[in-house]
Design a protein around this ligand. Structure first.
Ligand code: NCD
Ligand code: ZN
Length: 348
């Protein structure tokens, strides 16, 4: 039985760090385990220009003394007014790695997102030319479309047309949640990648809704049927190269989650590696974990994997603090509802 697992230090290709007190509280939870992370730009107001991204990057680097060599990989929030020249300058700086597309109203803080995709055509063409990836929140926001169908409908009606109209555009399907997305990804070319979250590998909609509603399992895209979760596990453990970890760790204050209109977002950063080792171990595919956490993402983004290594150790079920304190109140940590046997070796 494998009881020690050494991996290249992982990266998180989809992370929400927020700002201010929340940023200071959550950043160490990621920087402790991860070398780099793609930082989502959905602040209020959003991170839209290169200047916004540089200022946010400075705030991240200043937020937690002692976070060591953690490198935030910045993104720009695509709006209908985004300037292709500013995007190109941001990419050329080497500090901004991608542009994020939120359909207007799709998720937390996405009001400034795109409504008319023709308006962003010049930006997408510039990105295809310079090789800059578009990270896509893949859900339609049409009121008539059922929330559980929004990802599959988006693929057919928005994503596929965008990709056909913009040959050469690198696209990351963010936090995929359905077998339809898995099929579309597998059928794509080298310019199409996807991230999968920790929680979508562990919970389905029954976990969220049976026996009482669990607000801490509510996120967007919403968790789906078991067959979709199983398709995601099969994908990430299969050795497929264009899929990589994007935790979508998205902290909200406990009071904002446990509310009559609870926020979408699961805060998984503190337990993500323990959870993933459990999933891959359960599938008998521990040997595929490093590709998912540490190799496939850098390869897709065209940067070198981390040289440094980390070790995970298997033993008795771990215990971890159920909440993280912030200056404004606690944030509840993702509890997958099963024992976790793998712990991060701090001594390594
Ligand atoms: C994210 C957030 O809280 O910022 N929430 C979520 O449920 N995933 C936004 C997002 O990535 O959709
Ligand atoms: Zn997200």
């Amino acid at each position: 039985m494998t009881t020690r697992l050494t991996l290249r230090r992982p990266d998180d290709w989809h992370l929400h760090l927020r700002d201010g007190a929340m940023l200071r509280a959550v950043l160490p939870e990621t920087s402790h385990h991860f070398a780099r992370a793609i930082i989502m730009p959905n602040l209020v107001p959003p991170v839209v220009t290169m200047a916004d991204a540089m200022a946010y990057r400075d705030r991240i680097l200043a937020a937690a003394p002692g976070v060591g060599l953690f490198e935030p990989l910045m993104t720009l929030y695509l709006t209908e007014d985004t300037d292709p020249a500013d995007v190109a300058a941001a990419h050329a700086s080497g500090l901004v790695k991608a542009v994020k597309l939120y359909p207007a109203g799709a998720t937390t803080n996405s009001a400034s997102g795109v409504q008319d995709f023709d308006k962003v055509r010049p930006v997408l063409e510039k990105m295809a030319e310079i090789g800059m990836p578009l990270c896509v929140h893949g859900e339609v926001t049409t009121p008539e479309v059922d929330i559980f169908d929004r990802e599959a409908v988006f693929i057919d009606t928005v994503l596929d047309p965008i990709r056909r109209a913009t040959p050469g555009l690198k696209v990351v399907m963010e936090h995929i949640t359905t077998a339809e997305a898995v099929d579309y990804l597998r059928a794509g070319d080298a310019g199409l990648g996807a991230t999968v979250t920790t929680h979508h590998l562990m919970i389905n909609r029954n976990h969220m809704l049976v026996g009482g509603i669990k607000p801490h399992y509510y996120c967007l895209p919403v968790v789906k049927r078991e067959r979709h979760r199983a398709a995601l596990v099969e994908l990430v453990t299969s050795g497929f190269e264009r899929v990589f970890l994007g935790t979508d760790s998205a902290p909200h204050l406990k009071g904002d989650k446990q509310s009559a209109c609870g926020c979408a977002g699961v805060f998984s950063a503190p337990v993500t590696l323990s959870c993933l080792a459990e999933v891959f171990d359960e599938a008998g595919k521990l040997e595929q974990l490093e590709a998912f956490t540490s190799l496939n993402g850098p390869a897709f983004y065209g940067i070198a994997p981390n040289e440094e290594q980390i070790t995970l150790i298997k033993g008795d079920p771990i215990s971890y603090p159920p909440e993280l304190a912030t200056e404004n109140g606690p944030v509840v940590v993702f509890d997958p509802g099963c024992p976790l046997h793998w712990r991060f070796d701090d001594a390594y």
